[in-house]
Design a protein around this ligand. Structure first.
Ligand SMILES: *[C@@H]1O[C@H](CO)[C@@H](O)[C@H](O)[C@H]1NC(C)=O
Length: 796
């Protein structure tokens, strides 16, 4: 029984462990599940299956119409709840009773009409704007929201003390949606907003401005109005509305968004604001309607520093341009930005102007702007980006009377530099010049401000920096990326250059001289060029690879081989070639040395060790061995009595008898010598023939003496025509002493032919070589030969 129980226990344990592990995984993934985004999925209720550890819950843009305690009570860690753009009509703050950490609650753009109060003390951001409240939804409990930072509200009508419960709080931002505001018949409303840094009103986007509430503020720094629709009649309504709001001395920033107005009313608003403490006035999305006529403007003293108008739509088509532009050009402020407008021009101020900063980005100005304008004497920065400028020379002339100009941006125009015959005159004060994204060519270098320090020429059509450019000695930063340059510039002409941006050009083999001439370089960005990875690039790679990495921007990833095909895409840092294959001089020298050494050793071998002789001997020995093996034995041994017959001149008999014969007989080679083996009674010729016929081979000892001996020639003749051994190679020639070719008489053509074939063995005088000589002689004899004795007995 007991043994059966054990596996059950083990199994149970296993199950426990599995459950434990699964539990841990759920918890871990639950812990990571801090943010839940369920926006725009058509929810009609707050989902019930949320993880209790959810911290950020986005259920905005759904169709949720009701909130209940049970929806959120289990989300004890909830910090951020986005509920905007739903259909909630009633809100009881006690639904967040259990969400102690709730900081951010966005209920804007619902249909809230009523709220029930409950203190949710931790809230910092509470947005109830864009709802259907009639009166301001303020609970006395809001007074306890000591951390409240942002408050968004909606109201259609006001009581002066509506905001009293929160009067002691120091808010950063109040958003007040007055889209539903309507004018009351008799009473003039008022509202006190006490402490907030920013106050933002949003009005009805379609209706004419009509809000008549007297709003007073304390310590307001930033005022913003959105959706203001004005005509000549209701212009005063806005001005009245602003009267109290703009009184405070702390108001610095005033912004108008989506403003539609007549020109006359706009000028009145400017005029109203001119003596106010506002320093920065911004208007975004301005539409001018009805008409534009000349308006008087009194440029009284103002604290306004900067006016910025971005994106103007002009719905007036026939009007005096001067009436429009004069109001701006005469402004006695420091900074003016008018961008993204259909303006085609800006006038030159009539009197010396206070402008230090002018930004006219993205208009349709032409080359005529500020020509011959000598009143912009304080102007330091001029931005004419993205306009219709065409002539670089005209631009240079424009600056002529701007003695303070330091920064000029004429990027993103259609500037050309090839019509520079008119002289080009820049004001010397220019330090930064932005000429990027134009259609400038190489000739731009003959028309540049002489003291420019930062020059942006990227995205033009420059192919080459001319060598004879005016020396830009002050130039420190040059951006010439996205052009068609074929090489890096040297720093001869730019002696102060320390930053060079030259990526995206056509540089295939940059010269390494650059690094010598540009010693002050602090940053170079030369990637994304079509580098040709050949020998010429090695110096460049070596130099650039040695620079500190903060100097070479984008190294190594942006620097890749483009050619040859086999290296395409290889980072330059990984491109290596051997020094030998790149240096032709070195290559030639190496080959030369090898050839010389070879030639030297061959000469040495030939001269001092007589190499050719050895070669010949070894060759013959090999041939002979081969031949003797191939001759059928039976044929050879028919009636052979001797291995060899030796023919020699009597003058050489000392060598023959002293060296050759003893040596051969030592090897059991039987020799037929005519003195020894001659048969008496036979003629000499018969004896010789007899001797030759009975010998397997005939050895001829050649020497000048042999040539002179007539007998010897006969013997050679007979031996060569030996009937028995015809076809077989029965001659063995030994050259005892060299025979001068001319010394052989013509009639002995046989000998001549043999000599020219050089099939003889040379007798070496040196002792060391004689071993090989004898080996050769021995090899010529087939020692398996069975010889017949003179008495016709067979001898083995
Ligand atoms: C020049 O203008 C272009 C845009 O038009 C901008 O991206 C670039 O940073 C400017 N260069 C300098 C040096 O200010």
């Amino acid at each position: 029984m007991t043994p059966d129980k054990e596996p059950v226990v083990t199994n149970l344990c296993f199950v426990c462990i599995v459950i434990l592990i699964v539990g841990i995984i759920v918890q871990v993934s639950g812990e990571n599940e801090l943010r839940v985004d369920m926006s725009k999925i058509g929810l009609t209720h707050v989902p019930k299956d949320l993880s209790p550890s959810t911290e950020v819950l986005d259920i905005s843009q759904n169709y949720i119409s009701e909130l209940q305690i049970s929806d959120f009570s289990f989300l004890s860690g909830l910090k951020v709840l986005r509920l905007y753009h739903n259909r909630i009509q009633r809100l009881d703050f006690s639904v967040f009773k259990f969400n102690r950490y709730l900081e951010y609650l966005d209920l804007s753009h619902n249909q809230l009409q009523k709220i029930s109060c409950y203190p949710v003390v931790g809230v910092k951001h509470l947005d109830l704007s864009f709802n259907d409240f009639d009166a301001l939804p303020i609970c006395t409990e809001f007074g306890n929201l000591t951390q409240l930072n942002f408050l968004g509200l909606t109201a259609a009508k006001f009581q002066p003390l509506d905001l009293l419960p929160i009067a002691h709080l120091h808010l950063n931002y109040i958003l007040l949606d007055l889209g539903g505001y309507y004018v009351k018949e008799n009473e003039a409303e008022s509202l006190q907003i006490l402490n907030t840094k920013s106050l933002h009103f949003v009005f009805h986007p379609e209706s004419l401005f009509s809000v008549q509430v007297n709003i007073s503020v304390n310590t307001l720094g930033c005022l913003q109005l959105t959706n203001i629709k004005l005509n000549d009649e209701n212009c005063q309504v806005l001005i009245n509305f602003l009267l109290e709001l703009t009184r405070g001395p702390t108001l610095l920033n005033f912004t108008l968004n989506h403003m539609e107005t007549t020109w006359k009313c706009l000028v009145r608003v400017f005029q109203f604001l001119w003596p106010k403490p506002v320093e920065y006035l911004n208007i975004y999305n301005l539409t001018i309607v009805e008409s534009i006529n000349e308006e008087d403007f009194a440029y009284s003293e103002t604290t306004l520093k900067a006016l910025k108008i971005e994106h103007i739509k002009n719905q007036v088509f026939i009007f005096s341009q001067t009436a429009l532009y004069t109001v701006f050009s005469e402004m006695n402020i420091m900074m003016l930005t008018i961008s993204d407008t259909p303006f085609i021009h800006m006038l030159c101020p009539q009197a010396p102007s206070t402008f230090k900063f002018l930004n006219f980005t993205q208009n349709v100005f032409t080359d005529s702007v500020f020509q011959n304008c000598s009143t912009l004497v304080q102007l330091e920065t001029l931005i004419l980006q993205k306009n219709g400028l065409k002539n670089l020379c005209k631009v240079s002339l424009m600056t002529k009377n701007m003695p303070s100009l330091e920064f000029l941006d004429v990027s993103l125009n259609s500037l050309e530099s090839h019509r520079l015959e008119e002289n080009c005159t820049w004001i010397e004060s220019i330090v930064v010049l932005n000429l990027s994204s134009n259609i400038l060519t190489d000739s731009v270098f003959s028309c540049l401000p002489p003291k420019v320090k930062v020059l942006d020429l990227h995205n033009n059509r420059i192919m080459n920096i001319p060598k004879d450019v005016t020396h830009l000695e002050a130039l420190q930063e040059l951006n010439i990326a996205f052009n068609s340059l074929a090489d890096l510039p040297g720093c001869g002409t730019f002696s102060s250059l320390s930053v060079l941006i030259i990526d995206h050009n056509s540089i295939s083999h940059p010269s390494a001289d650059f690094f010598q001439s540009c010693q002050k370089m602090k940053s170079i960005q030369a990637g994304s060029n079509p580098f040709q990875c050949t020998c010429e690039l090695r110096d460049f790679i070596q130099h650039i690879g040695q620079l500190p990495s903060e100097v070479v921007e984008g190294w190594p990833d942006a620097y890749k081989c483009d050619y040859p095909e086999s290296y395409k895409g290889t980072p330059l840092k990984d491109f290596h070639v051997s020094p030998l294959s790149c240096n032709t001089g070195l290559l030639i020298a190496t080959i030369g040395v090898v050839v010389l050494v070879l030639a030297g050793s061959v000469t040495f071998l030939c001269l001092y060790l007589d190499m050719p002789w050895y070669l010949r001997m070894v060759c013959q020995w090999a041939q002979t061995r081969h031949r003797t093996r191939n001759i059928p034995l039976e044929e050879l041994q028919r009636n052979l009595q001797f291995h060899a017959f030796i023919s020699y001149s009597g003058h050489d008999s000392a060598w023959v008898k002293g060296e050759l014969v003893p040596c051969l007989e030592k090897e059991d080679i039987r020799i037929c010598l005519h003195e020894r083996n001659f048969v008496p009674g036979k003629s000499i010729v018969e004896n010789i023939i007899n001797c030759i016929e009975k010998s397997y081979k005939s050895i001829f000892v050649l020497s000048p003496n042999f040539v002179q001996s007539e007998w010897c020639h006969y013997e050679l003749y007979f031996a060569h025509h030996n009937l028995f051994h015809e076809g077989s190679d029965n001659l063995l020639l030994i050259l005892l002493e060299p025979i001068p070719p001319n010394s052989i008489p013509n009639k002995y053509h046989k000998l001549r032919a043999l000599m020219t074939q050089r099939t003889y063995l040379e007798w070496p005088v040196e002792k060391s070589k004689q071993g090989l000589f004898w080996a050769n002689i021995r090899a010529a004899f087939n020692m398996n030969l069975t010889l017949v004795n003179e008495n016709n007995d067979v001898k083995t």
